[in-house]
Design a protein around this ligand. Structure first.
Ligand SMILES: C[S@@+](CC[C@H](N)C(=O)[O-])C[C@H]1O[C@@H](n2cnc3c(N)ncnc32)[C@H](O)[C@@H]1O
Length: 147
């Protein structure tokens, strides 16, 4: 599926859920290549989903990071209400802002920052800010369609 940097291919909640299932298998492959990483996800307390779109990535993040508070960030999109409802009981906060602005302004520190189907949203000047908001032993995970 082609990457669309400024749009979101998930036009319906069903498409978003289908996408989440696809990424689940990608993440399982990632875990099989990096022993110990799955446990890190399981224990994560706070994660962010940068360029979250309509919530496809939030679904699998919630599944693999069962204890984590999740901050979703997107400059345009908000997660589908159906997806938020599916994740009820989980602590999810959405910020409608650019990734650059979020990384400048947030006071949060994360165990994991997810960049899912969003390879062009981190600009060189954002890298230092991103690093500031990842905990010492933290993790930035980028997942794209071609993995
Ligand atoms: C292809 S979608 C990916 C959505 C989601 N991560 C997923 O996998 O379903 C890319 C998203 O990036 C958002 N986006 C693009 N540039 C951005 C930026 N600079 N800051 C925040 N969001 C951005 C778009 O609004 C869009 O929702």
């Amino acid at each position: 599926m082609p990457f669309e940097p400024f749009g979101d291919l998930n036009n319906t909640p069903e498409e978003a859920i289908g996408y989440s299932e696809f990424y689940e298998s990608t993440l399982k492959f990632h875990f099989s290549c990096h022993p110990g990483v799955e446990q890190f996800f399981t224990n994560a307390r706070k994660v962010c989903d940068l360029a979250c779109g309509r919530g496809a990535s939030a679904i699998f993040i919630a599944k693999f990071c069962p204890q984590a508070r999740i901050v979703t960030v997107d400059r345009v999109a908000t997660p589908f209400p159906e997806i938020i409802q599916q994740l009820q009981g989980r602590h999810i906060r959405h910020e409608r802002t650019s990734v650059s602005r979020f990384l400048k302004d947030t006071g949060d520190t994360f165990d994991i920052a997810f960049l899912v189907r969003a390879p062009n949203v981190i600009y060189p000047e954002d890298c230092v800010n991103l690093a500031k908001h990842i905990k010492g032993a933290g993790y930035v995970l980028e997942l794209n369609d071609d993995e």
